[in-house]
Design a binder for this molecule. Structure first.
Ligand code: HEC
Length: 139
């Protein structure tokens, strides 16, 4: 009985050792673990229209500015409509601009009423980045 148990233990240890050696060998073959190499040609056009590292898209910001109706209340110059003209807004900083869009009532511009819609708080983060980048170009 005792001998028989020994044989089982040795068998289990041996199996485990073989498994461990095989696992180590795999790891050496591919130092990056489970990463599957991607052929260089396929990286560029992997389906997304927005490459991850391209930064804000000022062109998209500009089309959102008209598409979302911002331009119905704001000129890109200094003329007032319902809201102030946005030329030179970059001097107030990205955080201020961002908050003016997502939470317009939080800080009202002197002389204006709280008429800006609050719905822009739901904008996708990338559109918001693009809008801020576009507004920063206005002088
Ligand atoms: C219905 C009219 C209206 C629309 C639409 C509107 N705004 Fe406004 N906006 C205002 C008014 C009024 C103010 C001034 C009161 C305030 O600060 O909320 C303002 C203020 C701002 C300010 C701060 C300006 C400053 O001089 O400090 C920014 C930036 C701004 N809006 C951007 C936008 C953007 C971007 C959009 C579109 C996504 C937009 N607004 C859509 C009416 C509007």
């Amino acid at each position: 009985m005792f001998k028989r148990l020994n044989v089982v233990v040795i068998f289990v240890l041996a199996a485990f050792a073989m498994f461990a050696v095989a696992a180590c060998a795999d790891a050496e073959d591919n130092p990056f673990g489970t990463t599957t190499p991607v052929p260089a040609g396929e990286v560029a056009d992997s389906g997304s229209s927005e490459p991850a590292s391209s930064g804000p898209d000022i062109g998209n910001g500009e089309s959102k500015f008209t598409g979302l109706g911002c331009s119905g209340c704001h000129t890109t110059g200094t003329d007032k409509l319902i809201g102030p003209g946005l030329a030179g807004i970059s001097s107030k900083g990205d955080d201020y601009i961002r908050e003016s869009i997502t939470d317009p009532g939080s800080e009202l511009v002197d002389g204006y009423s709280n008429l800006m819609p609050t719905s822009f708080g739901d904008l996708p983060a990338s559109d918001l980045d693009d809008l801020v980048a576009y507004l920063n170009t206005l002088n």
